[in-house]
Structures are given as C-alpha cells and as structure tokens.
Design a binder for this molecule. Structure first.
Ligand SMILES: *[C@@H]1O[C@H](CO)[C@@H](O)[C@H](O)[C@H]1NC(C)=O
Ligand SMILES: *[C@@H]1O[C@H](CO)[C@@H](O)[C@H](O)[C@H]1NC(C)=O
Ligand SMILES: *[C@@H]1O[C@H](CO)[C@@H](O)[C@H](O)[C@H]1NC(C)=O
Ligand SMILES: *[C@@H]1O[C@H](CO)[C@@H](O)[C@H](O)[C@H]1NC(C)=O
Ligand SMILES: *[C@@H]1O[C@H](CO)[C@@H](O)[C@H](O)[C@H]1NC(C)=O
Ligand SMILES: [Ca+2]
Ligand SMILES: [Ca+2]
Length: 944
C-alpha cells in the first residue's frame, strides 16, 4: 500500500485490495478525476442554463459535491439520481482496467494513439445516438468506458513532458492529426538514472514535439518492447526491466514520472470535461443534464402493465382515472416521472410497448385502452412484466393490473432475476383473488374468483422480492387502493424497513426514524392481521384502537393497510400477530439514502474489484460498494444482509473510501433471499447532534453456486450477427443445466438450451443474435442469459446492456465556406459595422447539417436553407466593428461538431490574435476555409 494511490491506469488495481479508493496523499484516481469533471461540467451547464433563462444561480462552495451541485442546479431532489449516475459512470470507467487490462489501446500504451482515439470517437458517437433515443443508461455505460482512455492519455503518453498546457483536443475528433507520433523504429527513451526517471525521454523527442507512450507487459518478453522505446514503469511492468530501463507513467506521486502526477491528473480532468462538453453541445443542455442524472423531473419511470382481457373493463376505467390524477398532481413538479411506459397484455398477444416522455400522449394511449378477448381464465401477465422490466430504466416503479392467474409461471425465475438486476419495484394490483376478505365479496360484480391462493403467491413472491406490494382488492375497491399506493410515491421516498413472514407468525420489528424523515408510513399486506405500534417514547396504539396519538391516519382496503405515523425521531417498534402470511414495509420521505453494488475481486492478472452483473456467489465472502446520497456529512456505521423471511443477519466490515463511498466486506453471503440494511450517523450542519439513520434497499437478493461470465463488444451493428460468448461454472453439484437467453426486443437469437456442468469446471456457450437492418441507431438492448439447475433449485443469470449503433460513414464535421466578408471599420468602431456570409455544408458523403449556432459575437445572426440545395445552410452575420470576432458552431446529424472563426480585424493584428485564440480554444475546429483565410492574411502580412 505504500505505493499510494495509483492513478489513471492499470496500477490502480495492482496495489491489491485497495483497487479503488482514496488513500492518504493527494494522488488522484480515475474515480475522482471522472467525478470532478462531471461535477465541474454540471455546474457550468446549470450556470449557462440559468443565465439563458434569466434565473439566479449561486455557485456551490468548493469542493463540489453531488448534493450541492443538484441544489445549485435548482433540482435538489436530483441529488440521488446524480450521485447514482456518477457512481455508475465511474464504475464503468474502472471496469476497463479489469476487462481490458492488457489491451494497450484502452490505455494509450505502446503508442496506440490511433486505436485509442478510435475507441473514444466511436464511443462518443454511440453516446450521442443513445441520448437521442433517451437511452441514458447505455450512454452512461459508454461514457465510463471512454473516459478511461481519455484520462490515461495524460498519464501514459509524454504529452505533459512535451510542455503542453491544455488537453489534446484531437482525441475527441476523428479527422485530425493526433500529433507527430514517433515512428515505430524511433528510439524515445534512455535508461533512468537508477530510480530517478525525471530525465529519461530523449531530448530530440521533446524538442521535436514527438508523441510517444510507454510499453507495458506483465511478462518479461523482449519482443513486446521495440528497441529504444519508453516503458510504462513500476513494479508490475516487466518491460521496464529491459533497456531502456524505467518508465514514464504519471499514475501516482511515486510513479516513474510521479513528479508530473498533478499536472497529468489535472489535464485528465480538463480533458474529461471537454469530452462532456462535446456531448453537451450535441445533446443540448437539458438532455445532457438528464444523462448525468440532473433533471427537473424525477429520474424514475412510471410504468403500467395492464391486462386488457374481457373481464378487466372496470380495472381499466380505474387506471384511466388514476393516470389522470397522477399526471395532474405531478406534471411540472420534481416528482413527475422521467418517462411513462405502458405494456398492455392480452392472450396471446403481449405489447406493443409504449414509451413516452409526454404525459398527454400517455394519457391518450391509456384512454384508448379497452377490454376484450383473452380466451381461457389465465393470462400471460409475467410476459408483460418481463417486457416492462427489460425496457424500463433501472429503479422504475411498475404497477401490474390483472384479475387472472399467470399463464406463464415458468417465467418466474427470469422475472425475479430481472427485478434483482434492475432494482425496480413492482406493485401488483390484483382483483378477483380468492384470498379477499369474504365479507366484501358481495360487492364484486364477478362472483367467481379466478385466482387461487397458490396463484396469488406467484405475484406475492415477486412483489416481495422487488420491495413492492401485492394488493388484493375487489374491483370496486381498486380506485381507492391505487389512490393510496400512488399517494406515497415520490422521488424522495426511502425504505426504512421491509420484512415478510410466510407462514405468518407473531413477530416484532424495530426501525429507526431519523430527523430527516418526514411522513413515516407503515404498509401492511395480509389477511386477519393485528398489530401494535410503539413510538420512541413508549406510547402504543393497537390495530383495534380507533383513536390514539401514535398513528395519525389509517387506510385499509382489501388486504392492504396503510398507517401514517406521527413524526417522531427515534426507535419505533411494530408487533405483528397473524397466522396468515403478511408483509410489512416502512417508508418515509428523506433526501438521505444509499446506493450499492456487489463487487468482486477480479480473477484477472490485474486484481482489483469489478461490479457484478450476476448474483453473488453463495457461501463465500463478498464485498459491497456502498454510496451514501443526499448528505455530505453522513457516515456509514453498519451494513447487514438480513434474511427477508427471518431475522438472521450477517454484518459486514465497513471501510471508508472517501467521497461518500464505503467498501463493505461480508464474510459469507446468505444462502436464502436477503435484503441490505444500513445504519449511519447523519451529522447535521447546524448542530453537533448526531442522528442515527436506518435505510433498507427495497430489492431482495439471492446468491448462487453458479458463476457466470459473458463479455462482448457493447456495440451491436444492425444486420450483422452479434455473438456473446459466455461461460458457466458451478461450485455446487454438477448436472444438466437449462440455459435461457432473452433479449428485450425479441430479436431472433440462438443459444444452447442446456449445458452439462461438472462441479468446479466451466462450460462455454454462445448467444448469437441479429438486429434487423432498419433498427435505428441508439436503440438499446438488454440481453439476459440464465442458467438453472435441474429442478430449479439454483439459478444465476448475467445481464448485458448493448447499444445498437449503425455503422457510421460520416466522421467529419460540416465545413464553412466564406462567401464574403465586408469590413469598413473606421477608427471609431462604434460608428461602423462589418458583415459576412458563409455557406455551411456537410460534404457529399455527410449526413447533413443539423444545426448552426452562434458561439461568439453579439451581432445579428441569421440562417436559411439554400434554395437550390437543401444540404447547404446559409449564414449571414452583421455586427458592430467594436465586436470584431465571431464564431459559429456547426453540427451534423450524427453529432460531429466543428466551429468556424471569423474576425473583422485586418493585418498582423488579425492573424496573430486569431491563431492564438484558435490554438487555445478547446473545441475549435480549424476548418480548412478558415485556415485558408488566415493563411492568406499571414502571407499578406509577410509580403508587406
Ligand atoms: C533526478 O535527476 C534530475 C536531472 O538529471 C535532477 O535534477 C534531480 O535532482 C534528480 N532527482 C533526484 C531525487 O536525485
Ligand atoms: C450451494 O451448494 C451448497 C452445497 O452443495 C448448498 O448447501 C446450497 O444450498 C447451495 N446454494 C444455493 C443457492 O443453491
Ligand atoms: C439436458 O436437458 C435437456 C432438457 O432438459 C435435454 O434436452 C438434454 O438432452 C439433456 N442433456 C443430456 C446430455 O442429458
Ligand atoms: C427470425 O427468423 C425467422 C426464421 O428464421 C425469420 O422468418 C424472421 O424473418 C426473422 N425475424 C427477424 C426479425 O429477423
Ligand atoms: C471456456 O472459455 C474460457 C475462456 O474463453 C476458456 O479458458 C475455457 O477453457 C473454456 N472452457 C471450455 C470447457 O471450453
Ligand atoms: Ca386467457
Ligand atoms: Ca458530417
């Protein structure tokens, strides 16, 4: 560990258990570099937006935090989704060190400049395409991936040693020169002077401004490093033991070029910010902010999965009414869903799925629903739910309406896996169930219930795993039930406790309500339940008490009871008595919450931790990376994995990582379904009083004896078969395992249907799928591959997010052609004007000009389409001679962005100041016409 925190690269992971984190010292790692760049850029964008909208903006104090930035942006409730986006992007960044450890292109090692840049520019176009289709999760994944090489460039190449003061803007463009790259045969380094590597890059390389980077290898094979080339350096890099010895990386303070660590890290932050700005310019401010989790709307989706068979007409009417009321109360607020999703299902048809951000469109679609058909008394409800889970963003809230048993119960384990992976909450609104309170049965128009107790159990199990509720009511009670359950849905809803008992038994449950929690509410589902609620001061109220001071309101409908508690901080208790199965869920509103992922020590040569896309391994140790949200002062004190249906728990050891992150080591993952419960201290800013808080993650998790891995390029090209090789291994009993591959778009796919596993040995398979040629670029796809032991005892799965991107043929930004520039500027600039006209086109093979905007200059700016050729945009500009510079931003339809610079100044003044500003401007594309114009000026000046 003495080597400190390794930065920007592979060595990050080589120090062992501290794969990512913050050790003493000021070295910066990929996580911090990425987070700082995102925070900085968010502040800039929110500031620009506020200026454009004429609203106030107060800069948060430094160092920025997700919470403070969300507040400054005027969207305090986005604090959690912003943190979540940063968490995900940084983890996808760090993953590159594990998944692509030895692929030099991802790290700009071995002079792989062209290959490294291709990863960045192709990734950029994929991100832009995904954002255009509102696929923010896919965009974040790719962003994490390309941030990695973007940052490594400054640590692994000699850019900093060449004396550069700004990032290499050509790394986010595809048609320019990256720089003067050293020939393969050219020597670039000499031996270090012992441990002192400050002077090992050859003088002619520095003087000639020639770009090189270090070679890296974990085995000492001479052939991996051409003669005379620099090495990466450090204990693990075996090429650095071969002449020229030593290295040039700036990953940390004690790296070979550690004296330049801070410069390299700051340059990496600036370069990451430029990358983000480039995405912003294409996406626009609002969509860009939404991609990083900042929105004036909730980050959540509102998703309805509705049975539309004959018997459902009352339920559908109830859904229409409630949709209208949700939309009326939430539109324009921070609780308004980011997206609305509808999945109708009939028998046998499931879908079509409707996904829209427009509440009016959604209401119209819902109003258009009608009930008909359905054939027999069972419906494919789990197929509908499966489609919703695969298509909705993670952390969605889903409501499923049905009055029939699932016809497709075989999908239960697939749906359970999807719930775990997407951490979505599913509430089942079931009418016509046999477990209804019999007294109410008379209200029903349909006398014969179709859903038996065991049929309902499928829905109850899925609701419980998701942290949702299975509400069983009569058709006439449905509107009331929906109203109660949607009332408490809000973007700041937190879960304090959740438990289930099946079979029912008397049990007592305690939970902490902290100062930040408002509206503490208990939700109970079950039949013939009695309970006592005891407040922190010892007051109690029983279910039979109609008055009392502890419960402020009770609402009961069907099998569902909601109790609002008075606001009192401290330790509460609920004592439950019932012989029937029941569930208990305690929620509140609070900004303070947590996120987490299971992480696993990588088996690869580089060690480190990677986020699991699968269930964690049963019976062995494991780790969680936990991130607290909504508070800059809270700390985590306890993490426990608690059996969902019992009270046994396993506590972890918490290790602080900084930035609100904590690594938690668990000795043994439970072998039954469990939930993750945390406790912490919330130190409030205004007083010294500490507050203990408790939160629980809604999702129930399971472990597995199966391990699954799958890897593939995360970009799929339509019309071309896409293969995903995967492997499965069991640590339990071998045998014949069922394999299922499912994708969210029902694309044709092939995969083995079973694999024979021997204990401890892996078996391999491949999923091959093809997207139709016409699939739009930016479409997302989720693919789940499941393996299930005979008899369904043990299941594991892996879920991959794939972006569908059409092969780009357009890698060039639009160009500007100056038609005329007139400047009759006199001594007194305010008395005179200059004007110009420019023709902007994207070339014969281009996708066309998407937009042209004025980036600099306060003159009159106009654009029009050329009457003779729609692919040409004409620009006219007229400004005062006092405002003598203007800059255009030109963007094509796939997001290639360039800019064109013009000035009214003449002679030496013009040429000099223009070229300086071009060199310094980060996104300036020096297009050929402008260059021509300036060169003309230079030549003119030289002649005179
Ligand atoms: C390393 O070498 C440089 C130049 O060769 C010298 O200026 C510097 O003092 C040396 N550093 C150490 C720690 O010896
Ligand atoms: C894993 O295997 C062990 C031993 O074979 C067994 O006891 C345990 O139940 C299995 N766990 C799961 C989740 O199947
Ligand atoms: C494995 O099970 C599948 C179906 O469950 C069956 O089709 C296949 O033949 C079995 N394989 C072997 C080798 O028994
Ligand atoms: C899927 O495969 C079937 C048969 O191989 C073919 O008829 C169908 O057109 C394919 N569908 C798509 C969307 O490619
Ligand atoms: C499965 O694939 C992995 C990696 O691709 C390989 O190491 C392993 O030997 C393969 N196993 C079998 C049984 O083919
Ligand atoms: Ca049916
Ligand atoms: Ca173009």
């Amino acid at each position: 560990m003495s080597s400190g925190l390794v930065v920007l690269c592979l060595l990050l992971l080589l120090t062992g258990a501290q794969g990512f984190g913050i050790l003493p010292g000021d070295s910066l790692n990929h996580l911090e570099i990425t987070e700082r760049a995102i925070l900085d850029t968010a502040v800039q964008v929110c500031h620009a937006l506020a200026q454009a909208e004429g609203t106030d903006f107060s800069f948060p104090s430094q160092p920025y935090t997700a919470k403070a930035v969300a507040v400054a942006c005027g969207t305090p409730k986005s604090s959690k989704s912003f943190r979540q986006a940063i968490f995900f992007i940084t983890l996808m960044n760090v993953r590159v060190d594990i998944r692509h450890a030895l692929n030099a292109s991802f790290h700009f090692d071995e002079e792989m400049f062209v290959q490294g840049r291709n990863i960045i520019t192709e990734g950029l176009l994929a991100i832009k395409a995904s954002i255009k289709q509102d696929n923010f999760e896919a965009a974040r994944q790719k962003l994490g991936e390309i941030c990695h090489p973007t940052q490594d460039f400054y640590s692994h190449s000699n850019w900093v040693e060449l004396g550069k003061k700004v990032p290499n803007a050509n790394l986010i463009r595809s048609d320019t020169s990256i720089g003067n790259i050293a020939d393969e045969s050219r020597a670039t380094c000499r031996n270090c002077d012992g441990d002192n590597c400050t002077n090992n890059i050859l003088e002619d390389i520095i003087e000639g401004q020639i770009l090189t980077s270090g070679y890296f290898g974990i085995v000492p094979v001479v052939s991996t490093k051409p003669k005379g080339k620099c090495s990466h350096g450090g204990a693990v890099d075996q090429t650095s033991t071969i002449e020229p010895k030593g290295g040039i990386n700036k990953d940390s303070f004690d790296a070979s070029h550690g004296h330049l660590h801070t410069t390299a890290a700051n340059m990496a932050i600036a370069a990451t910010s430029e990358l983000l700005q480039n995405i912003r310019e294409d996406a626009g401010d609002r969509l860009f902010l939404q991609m990083i989790g900042i929105s004036k709307r909730s980050s959540k989706a509102l998703c309805f999965v509705i049975d539309t068979t004959q018997s459902m007409s009352d339920d559908i009417e109830a859904v229409k009414t409630v949709t209208a009321s949700i939309i009326n109360s939430e539109v324009g607020t921070e609780d308004e869903p980011a997206v609305y999703i509808l999945v109708p299902f009939n028998d046998p048809d499931v879908g079509l799925l409707v996904k829209t951000t427009d509440s009016t469109v959604f209401q119209t679609v819902i109003n258009g629903l009608s009930a008909s058909g359905g054939g027999d008394e069972q419906e494919p409800s789990l197929s509908g739910l499966q489609l919703a889970l695969m298509s909705a963003p993670p952390n969605s809230e889903i409501f499923l309406f049905t009055d029939a048993p699932a016809k497709d119960k075989q999908l239960k384990s697939t749906v359970t896996a999807l719930i775990e992976r997407t951490q979505s909450v599913v509430n089942f609104m079931i009418t016509n169930s046999a477990t209804l309170n019999r007294r109410r049965r008379r209200d029903d128009r349909q006398q014969n219930s179709r859903i038996s107790a065991s049929d309902a159990q499928v829905y109850r199990d899925l609701a419980r795993t998701s942290g949702g509720l299975a509400i069983e009511v009569s058709k006439s009670e449905l509107p009331e039930a929906i109203r109660i359950i949607t009332e408490s849905s809000s973007s700041s809803l937190v879960t304090l406790l959740q438990a289930a008992r099946n079979p029912g038994k008397a049990d007592s449950f305690t939970f902490m309500v902290d100062e930040t929690v408002t509206d503490p509410t208990v939700h109970i589902t079950g039949r013939s339940v009695t309970f006592t609620v005891i407040s922190p001061t010892g007051e109690s109220q029983q279910s039979s008490d109609t008055t009392g001071s502890v419960i402020t309101s009770t609402k009961s409908v069907g099998n569902f009871i909601t109790l609002r508690l008075k606001k009192q901080a401290g330790r509460w208790e609920v004592r439950m008595v019932s012989a029937d199965p029941y569930t208990l869920k305690v929620t509140g509103q609070s900004p303070v919450d947590f996120l987490f992922d299971f992480v696993e020590a990588s088996q690869g040569p580089m060690g480190g931790f990677d986020v699991l896309d699968t269930r964690p391994r049963a019976g062995v140790n494991s780790s969680l990376l936990v991130s607290l949200t909504g508070s800059d002062t809270a700390t985590l004190t306890e993490v426990a994995l608690v059996e969902l249906s019992g009270s046994a728990e396993i506590r972890g050891v918490v290790e602080t990582q900084g930035s609100g992150n904590f690594l938690v080591h668990i000795n043994m993952i439970p072998s039954v379904e469990f939930v993750v419960r945390v406790k912490g201290q919330n130190v409030s800013g205004t007083s010294t009083a500490s507050e203990v808080f408790q939160r629980q993650f809604p999702t129930g998790f399971r472990s597995s004896n199966l391990t699954m891995t799958a890897d593939s390029n995360s970009i799929l090209t339509p019309g071309t078969p896409y293969t995903v090789p995967f492997s499965v291994m069991t640590n339990g009993m071998g045998g014949n395992f069922t394999i299922r591959a499912t994708n969210s778009r029902s694309f044709n796919s092939t995969s083995p249907t079973s694999l024979i596993l021997e204990a401890g040995k892996d078996a391999n398979g491949t999923v091959t799928l093809t997207a139709p040629r016409t699939t739009p670029s930016g479409t997302d796809l989720t693919l789940t591959v499941e393996a299930e032991a005979a008899g369904g005892g043990d299941t594991n799965y892996i879920m991959l997010r794939i972006s569908i991107i059409n092969p780009f043929t357009d890698f060039t930004e639009p160009s500007c052609e100056l038609i005329q520039l007139q400047s009759n500027c006199s001594e007194n600039c305010s008395m005179s004007m200059w004007d110009l006209s420019v023709r902007v086109s994207d070339g014969a093979d281009g996708t066309g000009v998407d937009r042209v905007s004025l980036k600099k200059g306060n003159g009159t700016f106009d654009t029009s389409l050329d009457a003779g050729n729609e692919n040409i945009t004409l620009v006219s500009y007229r400004a005062s001679c006092c405002d003598d510079d203007m800059q255009l931003e030109v963007v094509d339809r796939v997001g290639n962005t360039g800019s064109c610079f013009y000035t009214s100044r003449e002679g030496s003044q013009s040429a000099q100041s223009s070229s300086t500003s071009i060199r310094q401007s980060l996104f300036l594309c020096l297009n050929k016409m402008v260059l021509g114009f300036l060169l003309t000026q230079l030549v003119l000046q030289g002649n005179s």
